[in-house]
Structure formats: structure tokens, C-alpha cells
Design a protein around this ligand. Sequence first.
Ligand SMILES: [Zn+2]
Length: 164
Amino acid sequence: MNIAMDMENDLKLKELHWRLRAKVENFLNKLNHLEISAGIFSGWRTWTEQENLYQQGRTEPGNIVTYAKPGDSLHNYGLACDVWPRTPEGNWNFKATDEEMNLLGTIGKGFGLHWGGDYDGFPDKAHFYVNAGHQTSDLKKIYESEGLAGVWNHIDAVNQPPRV
Ligand SMILES: [Zn+2]
């Protein structure tokens, strides 16, 4: 990755909840060591961003890319991110083969990430997430009264942060 890509990736990492961030950092470092060029295409998303994404392929042009409405995606809580390979020129390689995406899935799972490629109905091979010990519907209720900080406090109450 070049410096601009590194900076963009670092910003996206910082927006993730620490439980996800720690695993994704290890995952991306491993890919780097294997000389597989990849990065975080989409990390934390605001509810507005989720709404815009949801409308894509419905009221807006494009293909349907999500079935999650605002608050229904772990992206909305910094608990999911999409990791895509890059081309040698540094562009996102959305045409990566199943084999390439499966390799990312296998490596990511080795670092304790859950993988969207294991979904039965709508496999999402770029999607990696952590189980925060709460249902998304519960996180949504907490968010509506206490915001993202409140959600993270609830998650941290059941998961102690790593020692550094
Ligand atoms: Zn995703």
C-alpha cells in the first residue's frame, strides 16, 4: 500500500470498536506479510450512510448491496468492516475471484473474525465482524437512547479491553 492508502486505512481502523480493530489489524498485517494487497473498503457507517446504501438498487440506481436498514448492520456500531483486495495499481479489486475472497476469509477467521462468506442466504465474502455479545436489535435500542458511546459502553461492560 502507498502512504495515502495507509492513511485512509488507519482512519478507518480508528473508527472501529477495539474488539474488531485489534483482530483486523492482525489480519491486515498478515495479508501484508503474504504480499496480498488489501484494505478496509467500508468500516464504520453512520445511519445516514446506511440509509443511502440501502436505497441503492431500490429508489436509487445501482445494484442492491445491503439488506440492512439503518441500525440493523454491525457496520453502524463499528463492529463490522469490508476488506477487499486491491489491484497492482492500487484500485479496489471488486472482481476478485471466489478463490481470492475465500483465502481472505480463511485468513481472517484465523484471527478470530467472523466471516460473511459463511452466511447461508446472502454470502458476503468481504464482510468481517465480531460478535459483541448483543443482538443487533438490542444495540439499536441502546443507540436510540444513548448513541454510539452508549452502545460501546454496553459492549465493553461484557468484554474487557485488551491490555497494552
Ligand atoms: Zn459488510
